[in-house]
Design a protein around this ligand. Structure first.
Ligand SMILES: [Zn+2]
Length: 367
C-alpha cells in the first residue's frame, strides 16, 4: 500500500457515491483503471441487475486494460451473476495488478474472487482505504451479514430538548436546510418508519421532496398495534409509495381488512405490541436494507431499548420551547443513569443553516 494507491482508491470511492440510495440490495462499488499514472477508465455500480463497477471500467478501457492496474472498492465477485464473474473478466482483460479496499463481506463468497485473481498470477493488494470503504457501505455490510436493515434514528429538537410545544405544535422546529437534509435521507433509504401517534397527530405523507430534482419515495411503515391508522390517512390513499402497516395480534381484523382494501399492506407481528425484532427480520428478508426511523418518542425508545439502532442523526435547533409537558425525542422508561445511557462514538457535528446536526453510532453496535 502506498499514497498513490490510496489516492486512486479515493477516486474509486468518490465515483461509487454517484449511486447512493440506488443499488439496494447491492453495495456501492466504484472502480478505476490506471495505466502510466493516468486514469484511463472508470465505472460504478448503478443499480441491482446492472453490470458491476469493474465491468463498466473494463469495457471503457478495452485493450488498454492489458497490463494496467484496477482499483476497486470491493473484492471482485467470483459468482455467476447477470454479467458473469467479475474476477474472470478482470483476468481475461489482462489486468496486471488489482488493488481492493474491502474483502467481500458475504460469508458465502468471501475470498473466492481474490483466490481466482491470484491463481491467474495477478498481483493483489487489499485493505487500501478499508475504513472509508466500510463506512461507505455500512448499510450493505449490516444487511448482508445480519439480514436486517441498517437502522438510522433521526430526531429534531429544540435546544432545550423538545420536539413540540406543550400544545403539540411542531412545525417547524428546524429550518429549511435541515429539513432539506431529511428529504435527502428519505431519497437514500429503502424505508421510513413512524408510529401511529405521528400518523394521528400530523397525517404525514412521508414522501421525498427535493428542490428541482426528482426523488425516490421510501417504503412507508407505520407501527400500529391496534390498526388505528385512518382509512383516509395520506400515506394510505395518496398512492405516492407503498405503505406497510404493522399490527399486533390484538388488532381488529375488520380494520385490518379495510386497510388492505384501501391499498395498504398489513402484517401482524407480535401479540400485544409489534415485535420490533420480528419486523426487522421481515424487512431484511424483503430486501429492505436501510430504515430511517422518524417516529415519535415511543417508537424511538422501543428501537433504542431493543438495541436496534445503528446510527443517529440528531438535529438541534437554536430555539427554547420550555414546557414540562412538551415532548422530548425519546420516551419510554429511559436508561437509569448517565453510566448506563447509550453512548455514541465517531461523532460528527455539522451546521445546517442555524441548526446543528449531530451524527454518531451507538457504541453497543459491535463491528
Ligand atoms: Zn462483480
Amino acid at each position: 500500500m502506498n499514497d498513490i494507491d490510496e489516492s486512486y482508491m479515493r477516486e474509486a470511492l468518490r465515483i461509487a457515491e454517484h449511486a447512493r440510495g440506488r443499488t439496494a440490495p447491492n453495495p456501492l462499488v466504484g472502480a478505476v483503471i490506471v495505466r502510466d499514472d493516468t486514469i484511463i477508465a472508470s465505472g460504478w455500480h448503478r443499480a441491482a441487475g446492472e453490470p458491476h463497477a469493474e465491468i463498466h471500467a473494463l469495457r471503457m478501457a478495452g485493450e488498454l486494460a492489458r497490463g494496467a492496474t484496477l482499483y476497486v472498492t470491493l473484492e471482485p465477485c467470483a459468482h455467476h451473476g447477470r454479467t458473469g464473474p467479475c474476477a474472470e473478466a478482470v483476468i481475461a482483460a489482462g489486468i496486471a495488478r488489482v488493488v481492493i479496499a474491502l474483502r467481500d463481506p458475504n460469508p458465502l463468497v468471501a475470498g473466492r474472487g481474490l483466490a481466482l485473481l491470484k491463481e491467474a498470477g495477478i498481483e493483489v493488494v487489499t485493505s487500501v482505504c478499508e475504513a472509508e470503504a466500510r463506512r461507505q457501505n455500512e448499510v450493505f455490510l449490516k444487511w448482508v451479514t445480519q439480514k436486517r436493515p441498517f437502522v438510522t434514528l433521526k430526531t429534531a429538537m429544540t435546544l432545550d430538548g423538545k420536539i413540540a410545544s406543550h400544545t403539540g405544535a411542531s412545525q417547524w422546529i428546524t429550518g429549511t436546510a435541515a429539513r432539506t437534509r431529511v428529504h435527502e435521507y428519505r431519497n437514500e433509504y429503502d424505508a421510513i418508519l413512524v408510529g401511529i401517534g405521528t400518523v394521528l397527530a400530523d397525517d404525514p405523507s412521508l414522501t421525498t421532496r427535493l428542490e428541482g430534482r426528482t426523488g425516490r419515495n421510501p417504503l412507508r411503515i407505520v407501527l400500529d398495534s391496534e390498526a388505528r391508522t385512518p382509512l383516509d390517512a395520506k400515506l394510505v390513499v395518496d398512492g405516492a409509495a407503498p405503505t406497510l402497516i404493522v399490527v399486533s395480534a390484538r388488532a381488529d381484523q375488520r380494520r385490518v381488512n379495510l386497510l388492505r382494501a384501501c391499498g395498504a399492506e398489513v402484517v401482524t407481528l407480535g401479540t400485544e405490541q409489534v415485535d420490533i425484532a420480528a419486523l426487522l427480520d421481515y424487512l431484511g428478508t424483503s430486501e429492505i436494507t436501510s430504515l430511517l426511523v422518524e417516529g415519535g418518542a415511543t417508537v424511538n425508545w422501543s428501537l433504542l431499548a431493543g438495541g436496534c439502532v445503528d446510527k443517529v442523526h440528531a438535529f438541534i435547533a437554536p430555539m427554547l420551547m420550555g414546557g414540562a409537558e412538551a415532548k422530548t425525542p425519546i420516551g419510554g422508561t429511559g436508561f437509569d443513569s448517565p453510566q448506563t445511557a447509550l453512548q455514541l462514538r465517531d461523532v460528527t457535528v455539522e451546521q445546517l443553516g442555524a441548526d446543528i446536526l449531530v451524527t454518531g453510532y451507538p457504541c453497543a453496535d459491535a463491528e
